[in-house]
Design a protein around this ligand. Sequence first.
Ligand SMILES: Nc1ncnc2c1ncn2[C@@H]1O[C@H](COP(=O)(O)OP(=O)(O)OP(=O)(O)O)[C@@H](O)[C@H]1O
Ligand SMILES: [Mg+2]
Length: 260
Amino acid sequence: MTAPVPYLQFDAVTKQFSGLHVVASPFNLVVPRRQFVAFLGPSGCGKTTLMRMVGGLDTPSTGGIRLEGAPVGGPDRRRGMVFQSYSSFPWLTVEQNIMFGMKYRRDMLAAEKHERAMHYLKLVGLQDFGASYPNRISGGMRQRVAIARTLAAGSEILLMDEPFGALDAQLREELQVELRRIQAEDAKTIIFVTHDVEEAVFLADRVIVFSPRPTVIRADIDITATLGKSRDLAMRDSTEFFRLRTEILHMLRDAHRAAS
Ligand SMILES: Nc1ncnc2c1ncn2[C@@H]1O[C@H](COP(=O)(O)OP(=O)(O)OP(=O)(O)O)[C@@H](O)[C@H]1O
Ligand SMILES: [Mg+2]
C-alpha cells in the first residue's frame, strides 16, 4: 500500500536572503487537512517567511512546499493570507470588499458571488454591516471583513500572521472564539502565527514552537489530545490549559536563554 499524499508539506525547506540564513537547517513539517496549527517562536526565527512561502509570496532557497503533492507556485485563491493590519479598501463597502475577493472568479455568476458574500458576512457576524464603509466600523470588525473576504474567495488554507495583534484583549478573545467556530464549521486548514502563548493554546489543534535562529522545531505539541476539539472560554481557567501554557512558556524561555 502506498502512503497517502500529505496535505500540506514543508519538505527540507531552507531560506536565505542575501547571505542571511533565515531558515538554515532543513525545515520539515506535514500539516493534515483541517488542522489548526499555531506557530510560536522568537522574533526573527522565520515564521512570517515560512508562511509567505506557503502563500507563494516567497520561494524556498532549497527544498519545497507541496499542497496535495503539487509544488506551490505563486499566490492563488486556495491559499489566503490574513495579516495583522486590516487590508480593506476604504472606498468600497464591507460587502463590496468581500465581493472583491471573488472578482476574478469566472466560474461564478454575480448573483452567486453576492450570495456567497452574504453567507460569509453572516458567518463572521457582520450581516448587518454589508453597506457600511470600513472606516465606520471597529478594528475588530475590519479584521472580520478580511477573514470573510479570504473565506469567500475560496481559500481552503488560511495563513494568518498575528491577525489579532492590534486588537484589545476583549475583542481578541471574541474573535478567537469566532475563528475557532468558523474553522470547524467551514472545515479550513489554518496556520496561525502569534506571540501570545494563550492564544496559541486556545486556538490550535497543534502548536509548533520554534527555536531562535538557526531555526529548528523545538517542540510539536498536540493540544487537541489534551483539550479536545471544541473550545470555550471557560477552558482558559482549567488545569490542563494552565499546564500547557506553562510548559510552552518555559520552552520559549529556555530557547531564548540558550540563544543569548
Ligand atoms: N525580504 C527580505 N530580505 C532580507 N531579509 C529578510 C527578508 N524578509 C525577512 N528577512 C529577515 O529574515 C529574518 C526572519 O524574518 P521573519 O519575518 O520571517 O521572522 P518572524 O519569525 O516572522 O519574526 P517576528 O516574530 O518578529 O514577526 C529576519 O531577520 C528578517 O530581517
Ligand atoms: Mg513575523
